[in-house]
Ligand binder design. Structure first.
Ligand code: DOR
Length: 446
């Protein structure tokens, strides 16, 4: 491996600016950023040819299925797909088998990732109705955060004991991330749908069963609990216009309550159920086009701070089911992550630095990730070279995720990832995953 890699002729997108320049990497870190750096200072040159270079995406919400559900994906397979999508670090969710609800299970995942991850990694500790002692014992540096399913989804991890919820919000020393949907309200709506349709509920009922009221009841409760306890709360995958009033616009720095939106909720709308069927079934549900547009606006206002994927692979066969009741919820998204987020740039909803802020800077700040998420001298060289005028054309043949399909098949995205560097080492180049062992455990400075 060359010690010093020089990226030349780049448009560097970082911290509000787009500046032409060169960037020198030495031993995995950014050694120098300058208008021009002499080739003689390096061992190898990567000519960016005038393309944009930006910090890689830090995806704060993925489900990589290992251990226990590896027919859908594992940390190796899904992180290979992730680097193809411009992700250089991921934070992985606890609804595996066994679920990550003990400190041993958490460390087991780090051990697996150490030998197989293609991007930098961290894991969440899952909360349950009876592991408050584990939440309290967690070393704040050893997990991305606590995941609380305040609504039931894939896996059996619902936390609905209010005393326990108050305990988590009072005692957690890491960001609390929540899945917010009211399970009792979902059950009531589902019963009504069963009365009306019998077992043949059409998937178009998904956003009716898991509607805006279901989301608001739960997310407003999470926000109230966090305010009461002064807790650090990050509400995951928001989907409705109604919930936007719960969050303050403005920069992420200094906020205790932050919000996330996922790429599929920014792109798909209820109008797509007709053509996509159960393939876009996910929790929370994809809602109306008006909700999608409100999410885009909230992102622009800084009411929503972070763009993530909620990559949730289920196999092509599992998702091909035309039975709404048994089709699993969740979509594979990491392989198109950054190109999907960049659609907002092409739609004039966000500037290019605005996309970078919400995919790299803000997750780094929100989770106190050490030395990543920015193009800064001394920081790790987690970078992507992006071509904004060459489209990504997702197809079944191109899929790297073990689940074997992409919700974007047949739907081109307007940008593509030319190169992804993880700690200065190529992880994706010229349309191919590069084998490497440079991925590292994320460090949390908290
Ligand atoms: O649609 C979803 N799928 N939402 C979740 O919260 C979980 C995820 C999964 O793990 O399949």
């Amino acid at each position: 491996m060359p010690q010093r890699l020089l990226i030349k002729n780049a448009l560097l997108v970082n911290e509000g600016d787009i500046l032409p320049g060169d960037l020198l990497i030495d031993k995995g870190r950014i050694a120098r950023i300058d208008r021009e750096i002499a080739a003689s200072d390096s061992d190898r040159i990567l000519d960016a040819g005038g393309l944009h270079v930006m910090p890689g995406m830090i995806d704060d919400q993925v489900h990589f299925r290992e251990p226990g559900l590896t027919h859908k994906g594992d940390i190796g397979s899904e992180s290979r797909a992730a680097v193809a999508g411009g992700i250089t670090s991921f934070m992985e969710m606890p609804n595996t088998l066994p679920p990550t609800v003990t400190l041993d299970a958490l460390e087991d995942k780090y051990r697996i990732a150490e030998r197989s991850a293609h991007a930098n990694y961290a894991f969440y500790l899952g909360a349950t109705n009876d592991n408050l002692d584990v939440v309290r014992a967690l070393d704040p540096k050893s997990a991305a955060g606590i995941k609380v399913f305040m609504g039931a989804s894939t896996g059996n991890m619902l936390v609905d004991d209010e005393t326990v919820l108050r305990g988590i919000f009072r005692d957690a020393r890491v960001p609390i991330t929540t899945h917010c949907e009211s399970t009792p309200m979902i059950q009531k709506n589902l019963a009504a749908a069963l009365d009306r349709y019998g077992e043949n509920i059409p998937v178009t009922e998904h956003p009716v069963i898991r509607n805006a009221e279901v989301c608001y009841a739960s997310s407003s409760m999470a926000v109230a609990l966090a305010r009461e306890a002064g807790a650090q709360l990050h509400v995951l995958h928001l989907t409705t216009e109604r919930e936007m009033e719960l969050f303050e616009p403005g920069p992420v720095e200094g906020k205790s309550i932050t919000a996330e939106v996922c790429v599929h909720h920014l792109i798909f709308s209820a109008d797509d159920y007709a053509s996509m069927g159960n393939r876009i079934k996910c929790n929370p549900a994809v809602k109306s086009a008006a909700d999608r547009d409100a999410l885009r606006l909230a992102l622009r206002e800084g009411r929503i701070d972070i763009i993530a994927t909620d990559h949730a692979p289920h196999t092509r066969e599992e998702k091909a089911s035309d039975n709404y009741l048994t089709a699993p919820a969740g979509l594979p998204l990491v392989q198109e992550a950054l190109p999907a987020a960049l659609e907002l740039y092409h739609d004039d909803m966000l500037s290019l630095p605005g996309v970078v802020e919400r995919t790299a800077h803000n997750p780094a700040v929100r989770f106190s990730v050490g030395d990543r998420g920015f193009l800064r001298e001394g920081y790790y060289a987690d970078l992507v070279v992006v071509d904004l005028s060459r489209p990504t054309e997702p197809s079944a043949k191109r899929v790297l995720s073990r689940c074997g399909w992409s919700p974007f098949e047949g739907r081109a995205l307007r940008s593509s990832i030319v190169t992804t560097l993880v700690n200065g080492v190529p992880a994706w180049q010229d349309g191919k995953v590069c084998e490497h062992d440079a991925a590292m455990r994320l460090r949390f400075d908290r």
